[in-house]
Design a protein around this ligand. Structure first.
Ligand SMILES: Nc1ncnc2c1ncn2[C@@H]1O[C@H](COP(=O)(O)OP(=O)(O)O)[C@@H](O)[C@H]1O
Ligand SMILES: [Mg+2]
Length: 351
């Protein structure tokens, strides 16, 4: 299932844009606009037209909430060599792990991911098209500015309905040329439910044929979380915390503060200080994780099924068939099933 497809029924301003971009290549183009404003449709149109004109085109798909290129919750780079109908046909050659479909707490990762993949893209393509999230107000606008400030797109196309992106246009224009276009009359708004359905089918397609793999946490570093860092708790510390809070502590570490993975024995309201972070064991089940290679890129996602703290192993469901070259297991901030069902988002500080 895909929202955006190739269309040649376009207003004259789009045709003019193709001519302009073609004459200015090599260049980086970032497309910005609200959800369902037609960003991906425009990116698909431009890519196809530019390929037909003989340009080598790269797509950076950074719309983590509604990606066309698999897998979800990452930023992906693809090099379409021939005209294509939708992003779903493209195979990503590199991915940057974000770990959630809702990146408001991940501005740093989003900006760095787009920058890294754009740099990679420029080595091979003369037009790089960056598709972005529909997050354009509040923190979303700040995120767009951070991206623009880092990536320095030559052109930023803003798609707007009623000049609502004036403020954003002003802030982005410091970093590259801003072109403001109207949203197509054919653009169709999708409900939250429809967008969830699209993601559902993407997760499902990605994890189809995945199998469990055992990860030795002594060999592969766990990152993206404050768990697993510091020294292990002593027997006395563990006993004290269990007694104090009526917990079963499965694992714990002492770094700048205490961090524990626990299960409640009694449901008591807890008031613990900043010196202690406690994570419920069940928050880790079906957590989205990324396998990270030596370049900091993410060749594959996984779903964390079980952690054996005593043995120092984790069982992860993944389409990856070998851990060769994998250096990190990075924790994401959402729980999802391989069947496509999203179980919920976690806040950054929860892990
Ligand atoms: N120019 C267009 N012609 C036909 N349909 C369009 C056009 N622009 C957008 N749409 C439709 O509107 C919906 C939203 O467009 P999409 O490109 O997915 O938006 P975005 O990427 O900004 O979320 C899609 O169903 C798409 O097919
Ligand atoms: Mg889109």
């Amino acid at each position: 299932m895909n929202k955006a497809t190739y269309t040649v029924e376009v207003p004259p301003d789009r045709v003019k844009l193709v001519e302009e971009l073609s004459s200015r290549a090599p260049l980086k183009l970032m497309i910005v606009g609200d959800t369902d404003s037609g960003k991906t449709t425009l990116a698909t149109f431009l890519a196809n037209e530019l390929i037909s004109l003989g340009h080598s085109v790269a797509i950076v798909d950074a719309d983590v909430g509604q990606k066309g290129i698999l897998p979800p919750a990452t930023i992906s780079l693809a090099f379409p060599e021939e005209p294509f109908e939708s992003f779903a046909e493209l195979t990503g050659v590199a991915h940057y792990f974000i770990g959630t479909v809702s990146p408001s707490q991940f501005a740093g990762e989003m900006a760095v991911g787009v920058k890294r993949l754009t740099d990679m893209a420029l080595r091979e393509a003369d037009v790089v098209i960056i598709d972005t999230t529909g997050f354009v107000s509040g923190i979303g606008a700040e995120m767009k500015r951070l991206k623009a400030e880092l990536v320095r797109p030559d052109v930023m196309v803003l798609l707007e309905r009623r000049n609502e992106l004036g403020g954003l246009a002003k802030s982005l224009s410091k970093y590259g040329e801003v072109i403001r276009l109207g949203v197509s009359e054919l653009a169709r708004v999708h409900s939250r439910e429809e967008r969830r359905e699209v993601r559902f089918s993407k997760w499902r397609a990605y994890f189809k044929g995945a199998s469990p793999i055992e990860v030795n946490l002594g060999e592969i570093q766990v990152t993206g979380t404050s768990l697993f860092s510091g020294r292990p708790l002593t027997v006395e510390e563990k006993a004290l915390l269990e007694e104090l809070f009526k917990w079963v502590i499965l694992a714990g570490w002492k770094g700048n503060r205490y961090t524990v993975v626990k299960a409640d024995v009694e449901a008591v309201p807890h008031h613990y200080s900043r010196a202690l972070q406690a994570v419920d064991f069940d928050r880790l089940s079906n957590l989205l994780v990324g396998f990270i290679d030596g370049d900091g890129l993410c060749p594959s996602l996984g779903v964390l099924k079980w952690v054996n703290f005593t043995a120092g192993t984790a069982q992860v469901l993944t389409p990856l068939d070998s851990l060769n070259g994998i250096e990190e297991l990075r924790f994401g901030r959402m729980r999802v099933l391989e069947t496509g069902e999203e179980l919920g988002l976690l806040r950054r500080e929860e892990l």
